[in-house]
Design a protein around this ligand. Structure first.
Ligand code: NAD
Length: 447
C-alpha cells in the first residue's frame, strides 16, 4: 500500500531560466518564462527578477522516513491509440528505484501487456479514478482526457506527448489546476538526453513502417530479381527529409532492395544518406542558412522552397514510392509535392506523407486518409507508432524511465529545475511557471 506523504514545499533552489522568444522557438530553446497562476499558495510562489526570468523556485519534496512516490499509468483513451506509457520491464526498474507504480486496468492490453504482467513486475492495478487521485507523476502517451485534470492533486507532474507547440491552448487546465507538465517533444536533443528522445523513437518506427505500407501498396516488388522468367528491376524510392524518420525509411527501403534517392535542406544530411547507400539530391539554395543552432531545419523562403519543389517533381515522376518526412518544429510542414507533381507521377505509385499531422508535404494529402489521384495513392497516416504498439510502447517506456530518473531520488520526487533537460521540457511548473507559447495561448499575464 502507498506510504505516500503530502508534498511539503521546503527545498529552495536557485534557477536561472532564459526567457524565450516563442516566435523563434525550437526544441533547443530553454524558454520557460515565469508567470504566477491565480490561487497559487505563497510558499509556491516563484520569484522573478525584473526581466521576468525565473530566479529560484520552491520544489516539492517528500518528507518522513518512508518516502514513496507513485507513478500512475492510465489507459490511453484517444481514438486509435494502442500504446501504453510504461511497459512491465520499466515498472520493474522503477520499483527498483523505490517508486510505486499504479496501472489502470487494461492499460497495456492493446500493446500486448496483460494486467498480470504488470502485477508480476510490481505494479498495482486500479480503476481510473483511484489511479488519478493517487498519482504524484502521471506518465502518458497522449494528453490526459479533459475530465482527468480535475481528479489530479495540485502539483502532480504529467509527462508525455503534450503537444505544447501544436495546440498549447489545450494545456490550459494544467495551469488552472496548478499541475506541472513536462513535454517529451521539448526534451533538448543533447547527448545526455539521447536515451530520453521519444521523438526519435517514434520517428524510427514511422520511417520503417512507412516503407512497409508503401511496399504493401505498390503493384511491384522492391528488390531486383533475376528469375528464369527474366529480370525484374528494383523499385525506385524517393525520401524527402532525411532526419530520423527519413533515414530509417532509407535504411528500410535499401534492406528491401530498392534504389533510393533522398533530399533534405540540411546539407549535413548528405553524408548520412550516402552512408546508407542512397543518392543524396542537392539543390542550389543560393547559400542560405538552412539549419538552426540546434540542428533543425529553418523555415525557408518561398523561393528556396520552390527550387526544392522543382527538383522533387522531376525525381518523383520516375519514382514508384515517395516517402515524405519534412518538418519544421512548431510550423506547418513545408509543401514539397504539388498537385502538378503528383499528376506527373506514374500510375500505381504511392506517396506516404509522414508529415500529414502538421499539414502534409503533399498538396493532396488528407490527414488520416488515403486519396487516389489518377492512379497515384497518397497516404496520410496519423499515428503510425500505434500500428506497432509493442515496440513503440517499449521504446517510449524506456525513454520515460530515463527521464524519470532525473526526478527520482531515493524513491522520492526531487525536481531540480536547474537541470537543462527539465528546464527545456517544462511546459508548466506547479501552475506558476509557464512555457511562453502556452502563456500566450491562454492569455496568461507574464510576470
Ligand atoms: P524533423 O522531424 O523536424 O524534420 C525531418 C527532416 O525534414 C529534417 O531532416 C529536416 O531538415 C527536413 N526538412 C525540413 N524542411 C525541409 C524542406 N523544405 N525540404 C527538405 N527537407 C526539409 O527532424 P528530426 O528527424 O526530428 O531531426 C532533425 C535533426 O535533429 C537531425 O539533424 C537529426 O539528426 C537531429 N537529431 C539529433 C539528436 C541528438 O540527440 N543529438 C537526436 C535526434 C535528432
Amino acid at each position: 500500500m502507498s506510504n505516500f506523504r503530502s508534498p511539503d514545499p521546503q527545498v529552495s533552489r536557485s534557477s536561472d531560466f532564459n526567457s524565450g522568444d516563442y516566435g523563434s522557438f525550437g526544441n533547443y530553446g530553454n524558454v520557460v518564462t515565469g508567470v504566477t497562476a491565480p490561487g497559487i499558495r505563497p510558499a509556491d510562489k516563484i520569484p522573478f527578477c525584473k526581466h521576468q526570468h525565473l530566479l529560484s523556485c520552491t520544489i516539492p519534496r517528500f518528507t518522513g522516513e518512508t518516502i514513496h512516490m507513485r507513478i500512475s499509468v492510465p489507459l490511453e483513451r484517444q481514438s486509435g491509440e494502442t500504446r501504453v506509457a510504461l511497459v512491465p520491464e520499466s515498472v520493474k526498474k522503477l520499483a527498483g528505484l523505490g517508486v510505486e507504480v499504479a496501472v489502470e486496468k487494461g492499460a497495456g492490453d492493446k500493446a500486448g501487456f496483460r494486467d498480470s504482467d504488470y502485477t508480476a513486475a510490481g505494479a498495482q492495478i486500479m480503476d481510473r479514478a483511484s489511479l488519478l487521485a493517487g498519482a504524484d507523476v502521471l506518465t502518458v502517451v497522449n494528453r490526459p482526457e479533459p475530465d482527468d485534470y480535475a481528479r489530479l492533486k495540485p502539483n502532480t507532474i504529467i509527462i508525455g506527448f503534450l503537444k505544447p507547440l501544436d495546440d498549447p491552448a489545450g494545456l490550459e487546465p494544467v495551469v488552472r489546476k496548478q499541475l506541472s507538465a513536462f513535454a517529451v517533444e521539448l526534451v533538448p536533443r543533447i547527448t545526455r538526453a539521447q536515451s530520453m528522445d521519444a521523438l526519435s523513437s517514434m520517428a524510427t518506427i514511422a520511417g520503417y513502417k512507412a516503407v512497409i505500407l508503401a511496399a504493401e501498396n505498390i503493384p511491384k516488388l522492391f528488390p531486383l530479381l533475376m528469375t528464369a522468367a527474366g529480370t525484374i528491376p528494383p523499385a525506385k524510392v524517393l525520401v524527402l527529409g532525411a532526419g530520423v524518420a527519413g533515414l530509417q525509411a532509407i535504411a528500410t527501403a535499401r534492406r528491401l532492395g530498392a534504389v533510393v534517392e533522398a533530399y533534405d535542406v540540411r546539407a549535413v544530411a548528405g553524408e548520412q544518406v550516402r552512408s546508407l547507400g542512397a543518392k543524396f539530391l542537392e539543390v542550389d539554395l543560393g547559400g542560405i542558412e538552412t539549419q538552426d543552432a540546434g540542428g533543425y531545419a529553418k523555415e525557408l523562403t518561398e523561393e528556396a522552397l520552390q527550387r526544392g519543389r522543382d527538383m522533387v517533381a522531376k525525381h518523383a515522376a520516375t519514382s514508384d514510392v515517395v516517402i515524405t518526412t519534412a518538418q519544421v518544429p512548431g510550423r506547418r510542414a513545408p509543401l514539397m509535392l504539388t498537385e502538378q507533381a503528383v499528376a506527373n507521377m506514374k500510375p500505381g505509385s504511392v506517396i506516404v506523407d509522414l508529415a500529414a499531422s502538421t499539414g502534409g508535404n503533399c498538396a493532396l494529402t488528407r490527414p488520416g486518409e488515403t486519396v487516389n489521384q489518377n492512379g497515384v495513392s497518397i497516404m496520410g497516416p496519423l499515428n503510425i507508432p500505434a500500428t506497432v504498439p509493442l515496440h513503440a510502447s517499449q521504446l517510449y517506456s524506456r525513454n520515460l524511465v530515463s527521464f524519470l530518473s532525473l526526478i527520482i531520488d531515493k524513491g522520492a520526487l526531487k525536481v531540480d529545475m536547474q537541470d537543462e533537460i527539465l528546464k527545456g521540457a517544462c511546459v508548466a511548473f506547479q501552475g506558476g511557471s509557464v512555457h511562453p507559447k502556452l502563456a500566450a495561448a491562454i492569455g496568461q499575464p507574464v510576470g
